[in-house]
Design a protein around this ligand. Structure first.
Ligand code: CP
Length: 306
């Protein structure tokens, strides 16, 4: 049995990860049906509690819940009483008092999902907490890699960009390492966390020198707000050294693929021709996100297939 909550990938073993991935593969079949709905979570009520903007994660969790016949209610900070000063915990406890089964939370503070998990009876799924973890993004990335290559063990995956501030990078590093991939990270030295090698990854500063060695190149979104911090080179310089440009991706292996969690900054970390090209798995990642989030909800809400 999994834990009640899904707060991160770090504590999970290979068996846990494969359980999510196998269940998600099963739900891909449901999504191909003319009526892509199963009654597995009928009677359950799930809240998406998003304190930060989201397109992919919030919508795909909502669609996933509906495909499982759950009732889903979307909360957004801007139209809530948080703007009148209500705290995170008060907000969550008041919503729980309305009798709900699960909460999907995105928040800018690392550990916000854990705070709710410590205080609520409802199950809690972390949909991104600051720079800490984004477990369902990593799971859908693992699903997409396994689907494309038929395996994860032994593949070489390079994560490129602002590793220091990326919850996607952290969750992917944990998941990929647990399932036996070799993981490299590459970016400007100011955006590589100190002692990251302790997570079992290799660190590279020159993308041009190493890009040809990897099966998967995963670009991260450049968080443009970091430019003001002094940690970040100019946009032009970043693109010159780390952008997935049309010219640069000519160097990747013939079977190599490009991934990106979205949203993309086209023309900065990835060129439009690359994002839309035949090596890109970006929309496959988004499609898989619905099946993967169905699996997460099914497992944590105690779903049953009748
Ligand atoms: N990848 C991701 O988390 O996208 P959203 O911010 O749109 O949810």
């Amino acid at each position: 049995m999994p834990e009640k909550n899904l707060l991160g990938i770090e504590p999970l073993g290979a068996e846990d990860l494969n359980r999510y991935l196998d269940q998600a593969d099963n739900f891909l079949g449901v999504l191909e049906r003319p009526i892509p709905i199963v009654p597995a979570l009928r009677g359950k009520t799930i809240i998406t509690l998003f304190f930060e903007p989201s397109t992919r994660t919030q919508i795909s969790f909502s669609i996933a819940a509906k495909r499982l016949s759950a009732d889903v209610v979307n909360f957004s900070r801007a139209t809530s009483s948080v703007v009148k000063g209500e705290t995170l915990l008060d907000t969550a406890k008041n919503i729980e008092a309305m009798k709900i089964d699960g909460v999907i939370i995105r928040h800018s503070v690392p550990g916000a999902a854990k705070i709710l998990a410590d205080h609520l009876d409802a199950f809690v799924i972390n949909a991104g907490d600051g720079g800490h973890e984004h477990p369902t993004q990593a799971l859908l990335d693992l699903m997409t890699i396994r689907q494309h290559f038929g395996r994860i063990k032994g593949l070489k995956v390079l994560i490129v960009g602002d590793i220091a501030h990326s919850r996607v990078a952290r969750s992917n590093i944990f998941g990929l390492k647990t399932l036996g991939a070799e993981v490299g990270i590459c970016g400007p030295p100011t955006l590589i966390p100190r002692e990251i090698e302790k997570l079992g990854v290799q660190v590279f500063c020159s993308l041009d020198e190493v890009i040809k060695e990897f099966d998967v190149i995963m670009a991260l979104r450049i968080q443009l707000e970091r430019q003001k911090s002094g940690l970040f080179p100019s946009i032009r310089e970043y693109r010159n050294f780390y952008g997935l440009t049309r010219e640069r991706i000519k160097k990747i292996k013939p079977h190599g693929v490009i991934m990106h969690p979205g949203p993309t900054n086209r023309g900065i970390e990835i060129d439009p021709e690359v994002a839309d090209g035949n090596k890109s798995l970006i929309l496959r990642q988004v499609k898989n996100g619905v099946a993967l989030r169905m699996a997460v909800l099914f497992i944590h809400a105690g779903g049953k297939i009748e």
